[in-house]
Design a protein around this ligand. Structure first.
Ligand code: SF4
Length: 401
């Protein structure tokens, strides 16, 4: 398909600049690109190759793979050799210097501004971005500046205490400005939150300020289907209908062998937009979604997941807490210790996996580490206490259930 054919097939789109990622282009009026991420251990080459092939066959146009170590980089070289035609993106966390090793193997590098602080804290983040941009430029790679609600740059969080969305936006804006100053314009941005209404707002605000920068849309930790699909659809359909968004991912907590569900869901969202589904109605649904009842958020898992039992744990949490469906609490279930502690901060109860146990916290208070067998009973005890406390407050205020 050429450019003008693609334009004819498109709905209204923001005039973003084109960013080439391997054989596809994000933005510039090209069709919205669908992507996903491997949930396998990157060092397990066989499983990762199988995961890339499964996603590509399902229609993923870009597949992201996490790299946190030299071993991951070596494995990635093998994955690239075995999947020469896939458009690969690498997910960097704290060790930004790995960009140098992975850039020759991939088509895009994703970094999270909030994670640039951990490794070599004495080096200014601007130098780290300069390094990544230089490596990307030399290796024909695009970049994604991936801002995530659970790991926002701490300086921005301090500056915008009263407005967490502004902290995310400012972080994205200052990285865009630096990349522009460096003369590196082959980048896109994502601003992800687990709350669909915040995804709507933060992306609208960003698009108003930087209509030229392509946006990658997604609801992070959307959870298990069908809820995870509903949340993502409720945020992405209105945005896409307004012309905001150039590439999308539906992040679902599903077993690795079912990861193609992310692509099916993403394609269905694009079909909804094309069919003119009532975006206003979906937006209304978003506004009333969470206050109405129990909200379970869970990560889609990736190479960093610390236990094979993670997806099963998320499902057990959902089953075991159905009795509390009408209570307006949030339970977050995460797969690892890298992002688990930060990304459960806004939940009433947060769980994240270690290799043999599950950590549990209530608000920001760590309650301890429990075996996979113990955790559900302990979680229910905590949930019951929250329900009882809320009832007491309601009784005190004279609010009837
Ligand atoms: S929380 Fe950890 S395991 Fe889950 S997607 Fe994020 S990095 Fe991967």
């Amino acid at each position: 398909m050429n450019y003008s054919e693609s334009m004819n097939q498109q709905q209204k789109r923001n005039p973003t600049r084109p960013v080439k990622v391997g054989s596809v282009t994000i933005g510039g009026g090209w069709p919205v690109v669908v992507q996903s991420m491997c949930a396998s251990k990157t060092t397990n080459v066989e499983a990762t190759v199988a995961q890339v092939r499964l996603l590509v066959e399902a229609g993923a146009e870009i597949v992201r793979i996490a790299a946190d170590s030299q071993n991951d980089c070596s494995a990635l070289a093998e994955v690239r050799r075995l999947c020469p035609d896939a458009n690969l993106s690498v997910d960097l966390q704290e060790n930004y210097r790995l960009a140098e090793d992975v850039a020759p193997l991939v088509d895009k590098i994703r970094y999270n501004p909030g994670h640039l602080y951990h490794h070599q804290p004495e080096t200014p983040w601007q130098d780290k971005v300069r390094f990544i941009a230089d490596v990307a430029g030399r290796n024909d790679c695009a970049i994604r500046v991936g801002v995530n609600c659970g790991s926002v740059d701490p300086d921005q969080t301090d500056k915008h205490e009263a407005d967490p969305l502004e902290a995310m936006l400012s972080s994205a804006m200052e990285h865009c400005e630096l990349l522009d100053r460096l003369g590196f314009v082959r980048y896109c941005v994502s601003l992800k939150d687990s709350d669909p209404s915040r995804v709507l707002e933060v992306n609208r605000r960003f698009a108003a300020r930087r209509p030229d920068v392509p946006l990658h849309l997604g609801v992070t930790e959307a959870g298990m289907p069908p809820e995870g699909i509903l949340k993502t659809r409720a945020a992405l359909v209105p945005l896409l209908a307004e012309g905001i968004g150039d590439t999308i991912r539906v992040s679902l907590t599903v077993p690795a062998v079912e990861k193609h569900a992310e692509i099916t869901a993403a394609r269905a969202i694009l079909e909804d937009v094309k069919a003119g589904v009532d975006a206003k109605q979906l937006e209304e649904a978003v506004r009333f979604m969470h206050p109405a009842g129990l909200n379970i958020i869970s990560c889609p898992s990736c190479s960093r997941v610390e236990s094979d039992a993670f997806v099963d744990l998320a499902m057990r949490v959902r089953e075991a807490t159905r009795y509390a469906a009408e209570h307006p609490f949030t339970i977050a279930v995460m797969g690892c210790r890298v992002n688990g502690p930060g990304e459960t901060d806004h939940a009433d109860l947060g769980l994240w996996c270690g290799p043999n146990s599950v950590n549990l916290k209530r608000g920001c208070e760590l309650l301890g580490s429990f075996s996979f067998d113990e955790i559900i009973d302990r979680l229910k005890r905590e949930l019951d206490e929250l329900i009882a406390r809320r009832r007491n407050v309601d009784n005190h205020l004279g609010i009837s259930p």
